[in-house]
Each structure stands twice: as structure tokens, then as C-alpha cells.
Design a protein. Structure first.
Length: 304
């Protein structure tokens, strides 16, 4: 069966609705991410304990992934109407706080869309190695949670040897954004929340979520060419959306096939595909536990 494209799936009327962005919805998502982070930090500051620390780290780490998801939206100019608002908001409020650079990410991510699961896909290495043994997957998860994954990356960074002289410049905005975050916390008398509930989630829970996201989206898929099967959508309940899959990131197949669709419409795009009879061809997992099971079953030979 031949691969399909967006033009095969949606009518012009559906296309017009799907591609329409909303400044109110986009701004609301950014506000929600930061409000959730502030609430988690406040809760721990008021009721410090090992339990509230673990919960706060998980909540903040999930919203750091949420900021990455919203950065991804701005990379496609889908979070807000207009090119400049997407770039400014995406750079300062989404990318820079999590030590990322939107222009660099945008270039790399567009290559990913152009070469999904192909040899020129810059994200291929993140998912191509799976499935692996359960022992290896457990070791990778422990490395993420203990900070080794991020620490090794930082230690291996050699900007003075890089071919691109922009490496140092890319740090300017993240340094400013994190200085503002630290200064804001210090002004409230809680500077210690920055290392404890910003940097700690960023080097532990966040990289684990990124690994799980990479595997769920493109790992162990049935076909490298068909857009209905080289990308996966993963069902996510309330708990999964709170801690693993913020802002509809689990509807990844719909994002790749209908790339012009803002994240808050991806659930509707999924329902549209099902209503049109594409459900049996779509690569869909019943949940993230199922994805983890597949990732740790090297004898399975794939996702089906």
C-alpha cells in the first residue's frame, strides 16, 4: 500500500481549521507550564520532605519537557500567530530556560521531518538502537536519573574545537534566562530552589523523559517510509499526561502527517484519522508501559 500524505487525508475545509493557530491558547500553554513549575516549587518550600521533593522533581521535570514541547511548537511557528512572536516566546520562555537554542533546534528538527527514519535523520540514533535487553534499558534509565547522561554530555562538550563558532553565542540566552530565574527565586528568599528544583530535575527526570519520548515516537516502528507507520502515537491517560506526555506530545504520528496542526488540535486530528478509516494502518501503542515493554524485548523483532 502506497504511503499517504496530508493531502490524501484532509479536505480543504479541514485543512483550514487544523492549521489555524490561537494566541490565547498558545500563551495559555506557556503560562500553564510556568504556573505548574511555580506551584511545585511553592509546595515543596511550604512542606519540605523527601516525598514532596520527589514529587516536585517529577512535576518540574515533566514541565521542563513541556517547555521543550512548546519550543517544538514554536520551531514550526504553531504556538502563536506570526513568525516573530513564535521565535521570541520560544527562545526566551521555552528554549533558553532549559539550556536550549531555538534556531539550532529548528534547523535540526526540520531535517528530522525531511528524513524521518532515514540515514540523514539527525534524531535517528536516539531510537534506532531499540529494542535492547531489559538490563541495558535499566542501566540507561539509571544513568539518566543519577545525572550521568547530562554530566557526560557536558564533560564531552568542547566548544573551542567545534566547527561552528556559534557554540559560545548559543549560551548567551540560556545564561541570561537562568540568571533571571535564579534572581527571581533569590528575591523571594528561596535561591536554593534553583539548584534543587530546577537544575536537579533538568539533569535527572527530564533526560529520562526525553529518552522515553524518543523511543515512543520512532523506536521499533513497522515501516521506515510510510508516515502512518514510521511514527507512533501513544495513548496517555491523566497520569501519563501529567508526568510523561505534556501538551499532547503523545500524538506524534498526527504531528508528522499533519505538520501544520497546533499541538492542542492533535487529539482532534487523531479522531479525524480514525473516522476516515486509517486506524488499522496507524502505529499506535496502548500506553507508555507497552512502549517500555517493547523497548526491552530484543527478541520481538519490531513493534508488531
Amino acid at each position: 500500500m502506497a504511503p499517504i500524505s496530508a493531502g490524501d487525508v484532509v479536505t480543504l475545509e479541514e485543512l483550514g481549521w487544523l492549521r489555524r493557530t490561537s494566541g490565547v491558547r498558545g500563551a495559555g500553554l506557556v503560562l500553564h507550564a510556568w504556573a505548574t513549575i511555580a506551584a511545585a516549587m511553592t509546595a515543596y518550600a511550604l512542606w519540605p520532605s523527601p516525598l514532596t521533593l520527589v514529587v516536585a522533581v517529577a512535576v518540574v521535570g515533566s514541565r521542563q519537557l513541556g517547555l521543550a514541547v512548546l519550543m517544538h511548537e514554536t520551531a514550526h511557528w504553531l504556538l502563536l500567530p506570526g513568525l516573530k512572536p513564535n521565535t521570541r516566546v520560544g527562545s526566551w520562555l521555552c528554549a533558553a530556560p532549559i539550556w536550549n537554542d531555538l534556531p539550532s533546534y529548528r534547523r535540526s528538527h526540520h531535517l528530522h521531518h525531511r528524513h524521518v527514519r532515514g540515514p540523514d535523520d539527525p534524531d535517528l540514533a536516539a531510537s534506532a538502537a531499540f529494542p535492547v535487553t531489559s538490563r541495558r534499558l535499566g542501566i540507561q534509565a539509571l544513568r539518566d536519573l543519577c545525572g550521568w547522561t547530562v554530566g557526560a554530555r557536558v564533560l564531552a562538550w568542547r566548544p573551542w574545537r567545534a566547527s561552528e563558532p556559534m557554540d559560545w553565542r548559543r549560551l548567551r540566552m540560556p545564561l541570561v534566562a537562568n540568571a533571571v530565574l535564579l534572581g527571581t527565586l533569590a528575591a523571594t528568599g528561596h535561591w536554593w530552589l534553583y539548584p534543587l528544583l530546577w537544575l536537579l530535575p533538568l539533569v535527572t527526570w527530564y533526560p529520562l523523559l526525553c529518552r522515553l519520548r524518543d523511543v515512543a515516537e520512532h523506536g521499533m516502528v513497522a515501516d521506515d517510509v510510510d508516515p502512518l507507520q514510521n511514527t507512533r502515537t501513544t495513548a496517555a491517560g491523566l497520569l501519563a499526561r501529567a508526568f510523561f506526555a505534556p501538551y499532547w506530545v503523545n500524538f506524534h504520528l498526527e504531528h508528522h502527517l499533519l505538520i501544520f496542526t497546533p499541538c492542542w488540535k492533535l487529539r482532534s486530528a487523531h479522531a479525524l484519522l480514525l473516522a476516515k478509516g486509517y486506524g488499522r494502518r496507524m502505529e499506535v501503542a496502548p500506553g507508555y508501559l507497552d512502549v517500555i515493554r517493547r523497548a526491552a524485548t530484543p527478541c520481538s523483532g519490531g513493534s508488531r
